[in-house]
Design a protein around this ligand. Structure first.
Ligand code: BTN
Length: 237
């Protein structure tokens, strides 16, 4: 675990952007973290800032293996296991972490492919102690504290995530993908209907490569490699 170097920022625009701009000079397993991210980036061009009550951090990886899709699933499982210590979570494929139908964590995995070093950045934003959310996201966002009614140490949550991440990442490097079974068990979307990549469908499962398997309206099975699933009913992410 000593291989991780933690860089704390009082305030920073985006921990992902910081690692992206400095990856050449930083060692693998550098973690940039802050409680005040001012211009954080989410998936699908969204904004993710977090704020003082929460935590935002990014891990720099330089693996020989080039499977960013699996890395981002693995990061989701690490967060889910770490938060399970406080309250049960599930995983909304690919890697949103859900408590009682609301999102508590978002993950943005990015890759830098150059001819010298390839780098991967896994950025994680966890709502830890936030008690109020703006009205536009109130019905779909939550925090750990909102569910357990006590203050949680933000840094401890991050360190727990890293413990799980370290174990899962080693398994991944050793071609042990058995953790996908653990993701399957936590599949928030199982049997739910909704829309992904403009197609109406029902979620069947997650396959051994981490793809989402859905059934379309003609009962045909489709393997989805990336995208975001919007539920048909009340919950939209
Ligand atoms: C999403 O759900 O859209 C993904 C959100 C990812 C946010 C994290 S916070 C730490 C890291 N730095 C960023 O700018 N984004 C990620």
């Amino acid at each position: 675990m000593n291989k991780y170097t933690y860089l704390y920022f009082e305030s920073i625009s985006s921990t992902n952007t910081f690692l992206k701009e400095n990856y050449k000079d930083l060692d693998e397993f550098t973690i940039a973290y802050t409680y005040n991210q001012t211009n954080g980036r989410g998936r699908m061009g969204r904004v993710w800032n977090g704020g003082r009550d929460n935590i935002a951090f990014s891990i720099l990886l330089k693996p020989k293996k080039k499977d960013i899709a699996i890395l981002s699933l693995l990061a989701g499982l690490s967060v889910s296991c770490a938060i399970d210590r406080y309250i049960n979570t599930s995983i909304k494929w690919p890697n949103d972490i859900i408590i009682n139908d609301k999102k508590v964590c978002g993950i943005l995995a990015e890759s830098i492919i150059s001819n010298k070093i390839d780098a991967y950045i896994v950025g994680i934003g966890i709502n830890v102690n936030q008690m109020d959310f703006p009205s536009d996201i109130k019905d779909k966002a939550t925090s750990i504290k909102l569910n357990v009614n006590k203050d949680i140490n933000q840094k401890e949550v991050m360190e727990d995530v890293i413990k799980y991440f370290d174990d899962l990442y080693n398994r991944y490097l050793n071609d042990d993908y058995s953790f996908i079974e653990e993701i399957r068990k936590k599949n928030y979307l199982k049997d739910k209907t909704g829309i992904i990549n403009n197609k109406k469908c029902k979620v069947i499962d997650i396959d051994n490569e981490g793809n989402l398997i859905v059934e379309d309206e003609n009962k045909e099975l489709i393997k989805v490699l990336s995208g975001e699933f919007s539920l048909q009913s009340f919950y939209k992410c």
